[in-house]
Ligand binder design. Structure first.
Ligand code: BGC
Length: 748
């Protein structure tokens, strides 16, 4: 490691600019200075050995506890016996009792306190709607509330570090983990992930933000090299992290498996020492993803502070490296200090998480339902929804729609209160752990409750002809269609599996009064769209997803979500026709046991991700980013704006329909020569006939662009075209604002 790198790492530790943590947390009267002083005293009271003990986490659970023979490809880290003191989590660092520093119990994740099925046998938690669904609320307070539920439950289970905060931008709509992330826009994703993290951390539970950076697909995730320019990544993927870090002040950043521009993310001087700890002045600790470390020297040299469980234990060499003088003691202290300081800052030393705390399940379930309703997006409606009293005989058609709602799989899997149904009859326990799962919140039962006057007949949809015959005999047919997603598995295309496209076409062919409810973690294409009367995107809706679907369909709740991700008309419209390196034979959950030759992904779309790409390519998506209908209608008028240093836009929104509803008026701004970017939005709920003036100030950061040569953020003077609209594809009021020039060297 060079002296220059070490001095950069040490100086960024001491830097005082742009510290997000000068805010006080959760009502605690800890000032930033007292946090620093307390952490320093604690770290300096530790022996070198004790400091080093903080720098590696082990698995906090063991697959051995499943009591079944394990195939050879299961990593040693997961088959070692559970360490003493561990409570069944993805990671564990023993306590340092001598100085009263608590053990670290690191658990996934953002959709609830996760358990992939063997970690804490018998334990359950509130399953929240997916993060993509949360993003669809366009509501920072909803993300904070969701984080609050995760944090409360983690604390009550003795967990003090949540591996939450997944914010990889959805560059690739076939990526199997998009359901864990917040969509394709850096402002929306960054604000909401930051709020989710704040919600977690106010419970004295540390949170990560992850996976830093550009882990935008699962195929080849351990080896692929994401290629992108400096300005392009800073204006897109890194901007989401930057906003999230500023807003949420996460205790830790988890570096990703993949490479970025030739260097593994956990060894990237550019990403960690340069951007994160240097430019942004980040003061928390950087932990690796599970198995993402490839060398001690390169990773510690780049700024990695903690190695997560993995078979090749590079960090076991730290003591020897210090003894030989190749790793300075000061750097080890810095690594330990970052961990201790972050735990002090969230209050985890004063409020110690212990298993056995009480959880108000009923309140959390109700809140999970509200969040699911707020995130559902009505994509199409020819007046079929909401259902009315004259819809007396209803067919509910769909695989397992009698049992429950689909959930995403992998490390973020939550075993919901009430249990789940695994769609893998007869599978051995290990494969069953990763099979698609359905939380036991039955859309069928919920609809019967919501519509007591109607007769609701169920068909599992396995025989399209039978389902079509049923559809013919009813007033309205509802098809619940889903597409499972699991970490480690991408998709060849955007179509629905299990023959559901043919099923929907057959049902709609028999009865045009057909509504489709989608349970997906990604966009899908809809060859049957013209034939159906309505489409509701329900995502993976969580603990009370069935009830939430019933509430929207019956009109007890107004649809109010907006798409956080563009729905392409076909994969031909995407920057890449297929997922780079996609190999159908290698789509194994978690990617365990599959090997790929290294390959590069050229992110040539740069910062024009999602809707910006559609604008650049002049392509019309099936449904644009930001789209979402309501059961009423809204008019836009009276555009006014102020521009100069800042840009503030005002407009009058009127509910022109007959029902109450919520409009999300979105402001998109195009700096000279660039595509439009979401720069802010206003969410208003209006009664029929009611009208309100809204005001949206463009986030100043979205008016800037990164100048690679000057290494500065710049806002060239000129005309900034903008529109206020219902989505990225539906401008309602347009304008052009003259902005003055500005530039800024440092982070937000
Ligand atoms: C995932 C991380 C997760 C970790 C621990 C990894 O495979 O990529 O998101 O936090 O496992 O479960």
């Amino acid at each position: 490691m060079t002296a220059a790198v070490i001095s950069l790492l040490l100086s960024s530790t001491a830097s005082t600019h742009q510290r997000a943590d000068t805010r006080q947390r959760s009502g605690d009267a800890q000032s930033a200075d007292s946090i620093d002083a307390r952490a320093a005293a604690l770290v300096d009271a530790m022996t070198l050995e004790e400091q080093i003990s903080l720098l590696r986490s082990k698995s906090g659970a063991s697959l051995l506890d499943l009591g079944i023979p394990l195939p050879p490809y299961i990593p040693e880290a997961m088959r070692a016996p559970k360490p003493a003191g561990a409570i069944g989590t993805a990671g564990f660092v023993p306590a340092i009792e001598r100085v009263r520093f608590p053990a670290l119990h690191l658990a996934d994740a953002g959709l609830g306190v996760a358990d992939i099925g063997f970690l804490r046998p018998g334990d359950q938690a509130t399953a929240l709607p997916s993060s993509l669904s949360l993003a669809a609320t366009f509501d920072p307070a909803a993300a904070e509330a969701a984080g609050g539920i995760v944090g409360t439950e983690a604390f009550a289970k003795g967990i003090n570090v949540q591996l939450a905060g997944g914010v990889n931008l959805a560059r690739e709509p076939r990526n199997g983990r998009n359901f864990e992330y917040f969509g394709e826009d850096p402002l929306l994703a960054g604000l909401l992930v930051g709020e989710q993290i704040r919600g977690i951390q106010r419970n004295h539970v540390a949170s990560t933000i992850k996976h830093f950076a550009l882990n935008a697909q699962e195929s080849g995730r351990f080896v692929h090299d994401a290629r992108i320019g400096d300005a392009a990544i800073r204006e897109s993927d890194l901007l989401a992290f930057e906003i999230g870090i500023k807003r949420g002040d996460p205790a830790s950043v988890m570096c990703a498996y993949n490479k970025v521009n030739g260097a593994y993310a956990c060894e990237s001087q550019y990403l960690i020492a340069g951007v994160l700890k240097g430019d942004w002045g980040y003061r928390g600790w950087v932990m690796s993803d599970w198995g993402a470390v490839h060398s001690l020297e390169a990773s510690v040299g780049a700024g990695l502070d903690q190695q997560s469980p993995q078979d090749k234990d590079y960090f076991a060499g730290i003591a020897a490296a210090v003894a030989q003088g190749t790793l300075p003691r000061a750097r080890v202290r810095d690594m330990a200090y970052r961990i201790v300081r972050a735990m002090v800052a969230v209050g985890a030393l004063d409020y110690r998480a212990r298993p056995g705390g009480t959880i108000d399940r009923e309140t959390h379930a109700r809140r999970a339902q509200e969040l699911a309703e707020a995130g559902m997006v009505l994509l199409k409606n020819d007046g079929l929804l909401p259902l009315t009293r004259s819809d007396r005989r209803i067919a509910l058609i769909g695989r397992h729609a009698d049992k429950g709602v689909l959930a995403g799989g992998g490390s973020s899997q939550v075993i919901p209160y009430g249990g789940l149904y695994r769609d893998a009859p007869g599978a051995n326990p290990l494969s069953a752990l990763l099979a698609p799962s359905y939380g036991l919140s039955s859309p069928l039962e919920a609809l019967r409750k919501a519509l007591p006057g109607a007769e609701i007949v169920f068909d599992d949809g396995s025989d399209p002809a039978r389902a079509a015959a049923l559809a013919k005999s009813v007033d309205v047919a509802l098809v619940v269609a889903g597409k499972p997603e699991v970490e480690g598995v991408d998709h060849a295309d955007l179509s629905l599996p299990y023959g559901q496209d043919a099923l929907i076409a057959a049902v709609a062919g028999a009865n045009p009064r057909t509504a489709v409810v989608l349970e997906t973690g990604n966009p899908i294409v809809m060859p049957w769209l013209d034939k159906v009367g309505a489409v509701l995107e329900a995502w993976f809706p969580g603990q009370r997803g069935g009830e939430a679907i019933a509430a929207i369909l019956s009109g007890a709740s107004e649809p109010r979500g907006r798409l956080p991700i563009s729905f392409p008309a076909s994969t031909d419209q995407l920057p890449r026709k297929t997922v780079t390196g996609y190999d159908p034979a290698k789509q194994r959950p978690l990617g365990i046991g599959v090997t790929y030759e290294p390959f590069a992904i050229d992110y040539s779309e740069g910062s024009d991700v999602g809707y910006r790409w559609f604008e650049k390519a002049g392509a019309k998506p099936l449904f644009p980013f930001g789209h979402g209908l309501t059961y009423t209608s809204f008019g836009y008028s009276g555009l006014r704006f102020n521009a100069g240093e800042a840009l503030t836009v005002r407009a009058r929104i009127t509910n022109t329909g007959r029902r109450p509803g919520t409009e999300v008026a979105q402001l998109y701004v195009a700096p000279p020569g660039r595509t439009h970017r979401l720069a802010g939005w206003a969410k208003v709920t209006l009664a029929p006939g009611e009208s309100r003036e809204i005001s949206i100030t463009a986030d100043p950061w979205l008016l800037l662009s990164f100048d690679e040569r000057a290494r500065r953020w710049v806002r060239p003077a000129g005309a900034y075209r903008f529109f206020v609209g219902k989505s990225a594809g539906e401008p309602m009021l347009r304008g052009s604002a003259g902005m003055t020039a500005a530039s800024q060297a440092k982070a937000r």
